[in-house]
Each structure stands twice: as structure tokens, then as C-alpha cells.
Ligand binder design. Structure first.
Ligand code: ZN
Length: 455
């Protein structure tokens, strides 16, 4: 950890506080968006990062998305750093008001400190300090900041269109996702620097059954509600097949030396022991089970609006997270087959799991396998700034804007350079979201080192 000047420390922290105070909550319905908060955010961003705004070319994307271009010594291997400026609504009881940016117990508190204003300010502060030092990056650097990531909005796909129009083929793209995660794996003491190399896809359907409806005093057998209910229980009883994707095998290999002794051989030989490991993960709980397969969750349910009326239509919403290796087509076929006759399957949204970005591998015995230069750059920068962390690839369970960039880039990585405890990771999209002051400043250092190290 570097020894920091008090002024430098309070400067970066003050910027994050100022931007957390602006409630940039996104909504699927544009009429519900507080556009004044987003306008104020862009003004505040320019106030806090004057050099960045003076030296980088800015393209506005969609309503409040930003695409900055920092010209490097070469444009042969451009790099895209991503973040988003919108946040999810507030819920739960907070120890400190969610838009206060309060500093307490060595942390900065507020909605967005981890997701994702920490990354946004971290990137901007790294660029600002490098500009102050007169630095020119070795490669072109693009900063893509979305304004509607939390509602699966348009800014990121439009930024991709803009880059494509300009003929930019990024060498790698880095977005939020993984972290320097402590307490991430039972028995592993070291924090894990997890870098997402793929993310699950999201597909949602509505199961729908229709009937005559009518008065509740004269029910017929096998009505819409009964058919939807049967479909739901059938789905629950027919999970999709489980397996371990290659990045998870590599994650286990890297964790093996840090795991409890009895687990080491199992993890080091994850490749060979795939079926056994898969069973262990399935049995260990819903979080680990989700690492092994496409998940199917029934979320919404609707039938009749009145107690004495039989539903003419019954519906159940089903949200599926597609594991890399499964396709939307296969999963939909599975759902249709499983629910059987008398229930329609209407597709609401569908996206495939993202392709797996290249990563470096180990041989499972502590030696090297293959090396990917871009992935290795992230790994080495992690080791430099977080010497106690074990960098590793993993499959991300949640969705990020990064998935859109797979259309123009082979290497899309998801990693936020911040130390996060289990409790902090759980606070994302929940209550009491906060980032450690030191953790935040380490993150700024990490982005700066990454930019300095571009080959
Ligand atoms: Zn986010």
C-alpha cells in the first residue's frame, strides 16, 4: 500500500462523495427518470475532472452516456475502460443516508459507491492525475460511461455502434464485475482477484394458459391456473444439466494452493474430477449451484383478480440465466418440452451467454500453461497493487454492459479493482453500500498503473 498525502487522499475521496450525492437512479420508464440529477452529474463530473474534459474528445451517447477518446502514442491496440453513472433505487434501512457520501468507520457510504461510481471516479481520477503528470498513454484509451446499465438500456449498445462506425477494434475492454473479493470461497484465506471472462445470458419467458373463466361456484377441471401451476412444478423438477465451464476449472486450480488441505487435490485436479466437483457445488447451496448450470426461476404469477372469479388467463414469469455452453434455442426447447401441452411459452427477452474471453492458464501443478497478454496485464497489475490477492478468471453470474462489447472485441473483462468483503458484495443493489477509503484509493492506483503499463 502506498503512503498517501492527505491532500491527494481527500481530493479523490471528495470527488466520489460529490458524485454519490447526485441521485442518478435509472428506470425502465424514461418518464420516471430524474433527468435533472443526470444533468447535474455531468456538470459535476466536468467540475471534478477539468483536465480530462479539456484533453479528451467527448461524444455524447444516448441521453447521458459519455464516450471519451484519449489519444495515445499508437492506435494499434486501443483499450476501453467502462463504468456506468446510473444507480438502482434505494431500499432497506441504511446506517447512513444513501445519497450522503458520508464518511464513517473508514468508508465512504452511499448508493453507487461500489456499483458503479467507485469505478467511474477511479478511472477518471487515474486519467486526471496522469494528465497532470503530462502522461501520454502508449495506446488509444476510450472511456465508455453508460447512463442506463441498471435497466438494460441503450447507452452501451450505442457506444458500441459509435466505436464500430469509427473502425475501432479494441484490444481489450474492462468493465465492472469481479473485485478483490475476500471470504469468497470457504476456507480460502487470501482474497481472490476475480476477473469475469464471460457472463451468463438472460432469457425471460411468460407461461400462459387460457380458459373460459367464469364464476367460482362452477369450476371446470384443468383450468388455466391448474395448468400453469403444473408447468411451474414440472420446471422445478427438471433442472438443466450441470457441468463446470473451463474458466471455473481454472479458478479452482488457482485457488487450490490456498484452499484447506483436504480440498487441495480435488481443486488442483478440477479438470479430471469435473463430475465430482459439479456434484459438490450443486449440493453446497444455490450460489454454488448457479455456477454449474443455467438457472430457472419462476418470478411473477398472476391469475384472477377476484376471489370469486375463475381466471380466464393465468401467467407465470420465468427468468433464466444461461450458462456459457447453453444457447437460448436449447433452453427454450427445454422449457417448451417440460411445460407440455396447454401452456404457451411467450419469449419476453433473450440474450445468449457471452463468449469466453481469452485468459492465461496454469497447469494445475503451480506451473504455467498458456499466457494471454491482455489478461496477464490485468493479473500482473493486480499482483502489483494487491500483493496478497490471487488473480483468477471466473464466470460472472450477473449481467453488465460489457456484454454488448463482445460484438467488437474478443477480450472483454469484468473487474473492479476494489477490496470487497462478502458483506459489501451483498450490499450492492441492497442497503448500506459502502467502499473503504483505502480500498477506493488502491483502486485509483490500480487504474493508473494499468494505464501506465499499456504496452
Ligand atoms: Zn453496475
Amino acid at each position: 500500500m502506498t503512503l498517501r498525502e492527505g491532500a491527494e487522499q481527500s481530493r479523490a475521496v471528495g470527488k466520489l462523495q460529490a458524485l454519490v450525492r447526485l441521485p442518478t437512479v435509472s428506470h425502465r420508464d424514461p418518464d420516471l427518470v430524474d433527468t435533472a440529477a443526470f444533468d447535474a452529474f455531468l456538470v459535476e463530473l466536468e467540475t471534478q475532472f477539468p483536465l480530462l474534459h479539456r484533453h479528451l474528445d467527448l461524444t455524447r451517447v444516448h441521453t447521458h452516456g459519455l464516450l471519451f477518446h484519449w489519444r495515445g502514442a499508437s492506435d494499434a491496440r486501443p483499450v476501453v475502460l467502462m463504468a456506468h453513472l446510473d444507480v438502482v433505487p434505494v431500499e432497506g434501512e441504511w446506517q447512513h443516508p444513501p445519497f450522503s457520501g458520508a464518511i464513517a468507520d473508514g468508508s465512504i457510504w452511499g448508493r453507487g459507491t461500489l456499483d458503479d461510481k467507485g469505478c467511474l471516479v477511479g478511472i477518471c481520477e487515474a486519467v486526471e492525475t496522469l494528465l497532470e503528470a503530462g502522461h501520454t498513454p502508449a495506446q488509444d484509451v476510450w472511456l465508455s460511461f453508460g447512463c442506463d446499465e441498471e435497466v438494460f438500456g441503450h447507452a452501451a449498445p450505442l457506444a458500441v455502434d459509435e466505436l464500430r462506425r469509427r473502425g475501432v477494434r479494441p484490444w481489450f475492454v474492462l468493465d465492472e464485475g469481479g473485485a478483490i473479493a475476500s471470504e469468497a470461497f470457504p476456507g480460502v484465506g487470501a482474497p481472490i482477484g476475480v476477473i469475469g471472462v464471460t457472463e451468463k445470458g438472460i432469457t425471460s419467458v411468460e407461461l400462459r394458459a387460457e380458459g373460459r373463466g367464469g364464476h367460482a361456484s362452477t369450476p371446470a377441471r384443468n383450468g388455466p391456473v391448474a395448468r400453469v401451476a403444473r408447468a411451474v412444478t414440472r420446471l422445478e423438477k427438471a433442472p438443466l444439466p450441470a457441468s463446470l465451464p473451463a474458466p471455473t476449472i481454472e479458478l479452482f486450480r488457482r485457488l487450490a494452493p490456498h484452499a484447506p488441505l483436504p480440498l487441495r487435490p480435488l481443486m488442483a485436479n478440477a479438470e479430471r474430477l469435473r463430475p465430482a466437483l459439479t456434484r459438490v457445488l450443486l449440493a453446497a447451496g444455490p450460489e454454488t449451484a448457479a455456477m454449474t448450470r443455467t438457472t430457472v426461476a419462476v418470478t411473477t404469477l398472476s391469475g384472477s383478480p377476484a376471489l370469486n372469479v375463475i381466471a380466464a388467463t393465468a401467467k407465470a414469469g420465468v427468468n433464466m440465466r444461461l450458462m456459457v455452453g447453453d444457447t437460448v434455442e436449447e433452453v427454450l426447447a427445454h422449457v417448451r418440452r417440460t411445460v407440455g401441452r396447454g401452456v404457451e411459452v411467450d419469449v419476453v427477452e433473450s440474450s445468449e451467454a457471452s463468449p469466453v474471453s481469452p485468459y492465461s492458464t496454469t497447469d494445475g501443478r503451480g506451473g504455467h500453461g498458456s499466457v494471454d497478454e491482455a489478461f496477464a496485464l490485468l493479473e500482473d497489475t493486480i499482483t502489483e497493487v494487491f500483493p496478497d490477492a490471487v488473480p483468477a478468471p471466473y464466470v460472472m453470474m450477473a449481467a453488465t454492459d460489457a456484454r454488448h462489447f463482445t460484438a467488437i472485441c474478443e477480450r472483454v473483462y469484468r473487474f473492479a479493482p476494489f477490496r470487497m468483503t462478502k458483506q459489501q458484495r451483498e450490499s450492492i443493489h441492497s442497503y448500506d453500500e459502502h467502499i473503504g477509503v483505502e480500498a477506493f484509493l488502491d483502486g485509483v492506483d490500480w487504474y493508473r498503473r494499468l494505464l501506465e503499463r499499456l504496452p
